[in-house]
Each structure stands twice: as structure tokens, then as C-alpha cells.
Design a protein around this ligand. Sequence first.
Ligand code: FAD
Length: 507
Amino acid sequence: MKIVVIGSGLAGLTAAAYMCREGYDVTIYEQFSEIGGVTATVHKEGYSWDIGPLLLEGLAPHEKLGKILAELGIYDKISIIREDRGQVLPDFATWRPKDYKGKYWRREYFKELFPSQSEGLDRYYRYYDQVMTLMAISNRLEWAKGLETIWLKLKIFPKFLKVKKYFDKSAAEIMDSFFDEPKLKAVFMGILADFVVKPSEFPGLGVPVSNVETAFDKRIPIKIKGGKLPVYHYIKNGCEQLVDAFAGYIKEKGGKIHTDSLVEEILIDDNKAVGIKLKSGEEISADIVIASGGAHKTFFTLVGKEKLPSEFVSNVENLVHMESVLMVHIGIDFDPTPHQRAALCYYYGTYGIEEAVDRCRSGDYHEGEEGFLIYIPSVHSPEMAPPEHHAVTVYTIAPYILNKGNWNSRKEELADKLLIEAEKIIPGLREHSTTEIIMTPLDFKSRIFVEKHSFGGLAPIMNQQSPPHQTPIENLWYIGAQSESGGGVAGVVAGTRKGILKLLKAI
Ligand SMILES: Cc1cc2nc3c(=O)[nH]c(=O)nc-3n(C[C@H](O)[C@H](O)[C@H](O)COP(=O)(O)OP(=O)(O)OC[C@H]3O[C@@H](n4cnc5c(N)ncnc54)[C@H](O)[C@@H]3O)c2cc1C
């Protein structure tokens, strides 16, 4: 069987790896000159920066990405570095204390800051523990076989009942049920600004999941009731190591990867995918087409609305996407760690996450004032910068379309403004910058060939129905951040694996 995969991001690479593993004839077509999609690492004048993911969930041996890499036999192709990050709000900050103060040190710290919220904090952390246990068991269930499956299902049921009452609640409702202090709510909801989703839209169960305490202190023991906590890792020398590990596996198994190969059309005959047509005009036949990339581009441009059921078309039309990012990579000739003690820190300039997301969606760009993150990969991987120098990335969420002006004409000005904000944390960034790469939403758009660039794909909104892996067109499968897999590195890789296992059963 001849398999065509569209796109060489982690979704496409995962799909190709699993199909090659089964001995199929697999070819990936990638429109850009390099592979990796947003998991690529860019290089300039001795510096390296990641253009996408930073501190990754899922890479430990007990987690899904770690298990998948082990299953493919490529875990040893990457080196991972366990880490945590800082979180700074306008009036206070959470940094891992020098001496370890136990797994609930943040709870006690917030009690000191907000004594009136003590009872709510105790309740929130009980809820957090319940959700973590539920997650730990359900993660084990995904990989369990035979009797262990039955045993885990029995175990998960009472845990599920404990948190069932929260299932229909939004993040805003959950936070209101624990706290009445907006500053404390913002601690747990700040990350939603990063997803460009409003607390009133985000599932409440996702609050603990996106605020795992190990993200703020890597010393917290991972063993909990029911299993293990998620933990966070950097990939040494950048995310391209992960991309190269997958690509190496594919090539070793006889798969092919073609870059500079834009797929313009998915060829369909009698509601069956039969191949693709490249921009060069070349037509390539295939028994199965596996497409990654934007949902609008895939279904409306490559397939065509007229070939799809109307219900499917209107679902894709109504999908809510995240907004984009403005990203500035610089190389500096001094040590920034006296100003930022960890490689990564999120800085928030506002407590009003709901309103900030609304503004971003309406094209009103905050110019860095409402928050950004600073990532210094050369802190954990010195090879990512020349000796005595550092690679620094500053980025923030930004509207895909600006209310005032456009990204082409305002690129330099807005990058400069973002660095001015970052200089409030690390002085001298601009003066000591020896090189720079600016990535606007338009640069991301052409890098990954989407209709509208959105940072992580579809917004994680309650009840949003992402397009399924198995599409209404026979032999056309859809994977990646905008599919039912959901966004995020671990989500995309694990979701694609699941989709491919389903495909393998179907053929
Ligand atoms: C700035 C940023 C920060 C992020 N941070 C994190 C993080 O900290 N943790 C985390 O887990 N996740 C993070 N993510 C999200 C995560 O990286 C993505 O969800 C995931 O990598 C998406 O993989 P993908 O394969 O679906 O898509 P992509 O990486 O976008 O790959 C799609 C590929 O398909 C190609 N393509 C599309 N259409 C065509 C066509 N017609 N013909 C040929 N090729 C085509 C594109 O060129 C691209 O290479 C971040 C993303 C971004 C952008």
C-alpha cells in the first residue's frame, strides 16, 4: 500500500513512523524547505532558538511521549533535562525556593499572600490532588493490557465520581467556587492567556492539569495515589533533536521525506482519496492520504467544500482558533541569569485574563504590556549560543490580524516594543543584542501553510468538536493540532498514534 503523508510536523512524522513500522511504502510531502513544522529549531550566527514548544510535558519514561519514543526505539536519540519555571504576576512571583519546602509550598505561600483565601486554597489543592489521581490512572489505562485494564477501570470509577460534579463547570466557575480574590484566580488562570481561551470557555477540569505543581518545582516527588504526576523537560539542544529522531527512524525504515513540496490538492474519486497533486503539477497516486495542517486549508482548499457533507463543512467553518504570537529571538553577549534565574519564566502584566483574551481576539494587540515569556535555552543547553553568549527568545500572544496597521509594516516597531518590556526584567537586551530573528503571525503562517496562524491550533473551548481522524472521505485521514488529537507536542504525537492504530485496524 502506498501512503502519502502531508506535512512533516510532529503529527506527520508520527504517522509516517508508525506506517513505516508496519512496512508500508510511505512518503511525506512538506511545503517548507525544512522539516519539523513548529517544532523546528532555527539557527543564525552560532545561536539556536526553538520556534515553538519550550518546556515539554509527556517526555518522562512514565508519560505518553516517552512511551511512544521507547515503543519506536528512538528514546535514546534525544537527551532530556527535567526543569521547572517561574511565574511572575504584577505584585508577586512564584519561584522555586532555594531549599525544598514540600509538595504544597505554593499553597502555603499563597496563604501568606492572601490569608482570607486559606480555606479556599485547602479546598483547591484537595481538588487538584483528586484530578491528578484521576489523570494518573487514566494515563496508565491508555497503555494497560488484559487484567490490568479491568483492575484500573475498577480503580478509576470512584475517583471519577469524586470530581464528576466539576465536569460541566468552566475554569471561571471553578475558580469562583474556591476563591474570591482576583489576583489568586489569575495565578491558576494565567496560562489560559497563553492558549488565548477565556476562563469562561475553558473546562474547569483543565485548571489543575495546566497548573501541575511539578512545573513550578522539579523536586516535587512524582509518585502519587494511582500513579505518577506529569513532569516537564527541555530537549537538550532544541526541539529539532526530536524531529531528527523521528525523521531518522522513518528513513531507516525506508520512508521518504520530500521538502519544498506543497500539496495543492487531495485527489478524490467517488468519495475516495486516491492521491495528491503538488504545486509543480505532479500528481501522485496513493492508497491512503494522511493530512496534517490547518483544518480550513485541508478541507476547504485541498479537498473542497463541495466534496464534503454540509454538517462537516459547517463544523469546520465554526471552529474557534487560538490567536497567534509575536516572537523575537536575539543573541546576547552577557549572562542574563542574575535577572531571570531559570531558563523560562512567564510574566503577566494583568490579572484580567477574560478581558485580555477578548481584546486579543478583536485585534487589539497589547504590545507586550499584558505579558510575555522569556526563554533562554542556552541556560540548559550552552551549545545553543557561542561561548559567553546566550540565546534569548521573548514572545507573547498576539492577534493574527491587527486592528491598527499590519504585521508587515509594524514588524520592527512591535518587536522593539516587546523587547523594551522584556528589558524591565533583563536590562540591556537591545543594546547587547548581536543578532535577531523576528517572527510575526505572517511568518508563522507561511512557515506552516495555514489560512490563519493560530499558536496551538484550535482553542481548547468546552464542547468544541475538532475534526476527527477518520474523515468523511474514504482513505483520507486527518491528524495534527487541529484534529481530534488536540494541540501540544505530547497531545499531537499520542493522538496521531491513536489515529494510526485505528487506521491500521480499518485497512
Ligand atoms: C510558539 C509556540 C509555542 C508552543 N509551545 C508549546 C509547548 O510549550 N508545549 C507543547 O506541548 N506544545 C507547544 N506548542 C504546540 C505544539 O508545538 C503543536 O501543537 C504541535 O507541534 C503541532 O504539530 P503538527 O504536526 O500538528 O503541526 P505543525 O508543526 O504546524 O506541522 C504541520 C506541517 O505541515 C506542513 N504542511 C501544511 N500544509 C501542507 C501542504 N498543503 N503541503 C505540504 N506541507 C504542508 C507545514 O508546513 C508544517 O510543516 C507550541 C506551538 C507554538 C507555535
